[in-house]
Design a binder for this molecule. Structure first.
Ligand SMILES: Nc1ncnc2c1ncn2[C@@H]1O[C@H](COP(=O)(O)OP(=O)(O)OP(=O)(O)O)[C@@H](O)[C@H]1O
Length: 285
């Protein structure tokens, strides 16, 4: 018998990035010696001002960028969902999800994945007949059917209307709890990060400038002091001015877990960030 039992899968890193450097042409380094480790089953939200390199990092992890300088270790079993669903228009929804699957039961798996995202009734539909929310759910099914160890989400809710966005966020939270892949979610929305993730990163000047652990067990509401403190910390690091709370603040409409115990992180470089305004709709959480 092994005297030293193996680490549980939840402790093992699935992503290891070391000294990653990326520039475009003669421009400055977009990623500049970036280090990052993501463990199995972690839900990591990646924030940062526009142009800070979030999508570049995601594309690198997806294997869609040029061979990077530095060391990048990622699992082969990974899938990406983009802001646009990117479904093949001349294939049915079911065929889109089964596309490229080699196993004998590919069709059954596609049906199961589509049923799980609530599209069991649209299996033979053409992508162009789907609503934006349905198309994005189909894209999620296409990713999940591959049973990824790493799910890369590049602003997947950004093109959806507010209500559909909330529903799709809840779906992603449920899918994560059911399948537990490691997730890297690129988002501009601090509240979305706090709602979904158990870790929030801020990318700045080509590196991870802030790395916050989020306690999943506490309510994620603005009225919760832990949530408010974590939210302020992220907004400050992003150089965002917090607005006065609206009457919607603290709404318990989404109720699954909470806020925050802070880890150590480098000193803030807020002054170098763009100044932007937080949208009032963020208070709807
Ligand atoms: N293919 C490319 N060719 C030239 N420059 C690029 C390319 N891809 C990205 N860049 C540049 O790299 C920088 C980082 O871009 P990236 O899309 O990764 O940022 P981002 O943080 O995802 O931005 P946003 O939040 O606005 O989507 C930007 O200055 C961008 O113009």
């Amino acid at each position: 018998m092994n005297a030293h039992p193996p680490l549980t899968s939840i402790q093992q890193p699935v992503v290891q990035v070391s000294n990653l450097v990326r520039s475009f042409g003669k421009g400055p380094n977009v990623l500049d010696g970036l280090d990052l480790s993501i463990r199995a089953g972690e839900f990591v939200a990646l924030l940062g001002r526009s142009g800070s390199g979030k999508s570049t990092l995601l594309r690198t992890l997806a294997g869609l960028d040029a061979a990077p300088a530095g060391t990048v270790t990622v699992p082969a079993e990974r899938a990406v969902v983009f802001q646009e669903p990117r479904l093949v228009p001349w294939k049915t929804v079911r065929a889109n999800v089964a596309l490229g699957l080699r196993m004998a039961d590919a069709q059954e798996r596609a049906v199961a994945a589509l049923t799980e995202v609530g599209l069991g009734h649209r299996l033979e539909a053409w992508p162009l007949t789907l609503s934006g929310g349905e198309a994005q759910r189909a894209a999620l099914a296409r990713a999940l059917v591959r049973e990824p160890k790493l799910l890369l989400l590049d602003e997947p809710f950004a093109a959806l209307d507010a209500l559909t966005r909330l529903k799709t966020q809840k779906l992603v939270a449920a899918l994560w709890r059911a399948h537990r892949p490691a997730v890297l979610l690129v988002t501009h929305d601090v509240d979305e990060a706090l709602l979904l993730a158990d870790r929030a990163l801020v990318l700045d000047q080509g590196r991870i400038a802030l790395d916050l652990r989020i306690d999943l067990e506490r309510p994620r509401r603005h009225a919760d002091p832990g949530f408010a403190s974590l939210r302020s910390r992220l907004l400050s690091e992003l150089g965002v001015e917090e607005e006065e709370p609206t009457p919607l603040t603290g709404s318990p409409s989404i109720d699954q877990g909470t806020s925050a115990s802070l880890k150590t992180y480098p000193a803030s470089r807020t002054s170098q960030h763009d100044r932007v305004t937080v949208a009032a709709r963020q208070a709807a959480y």
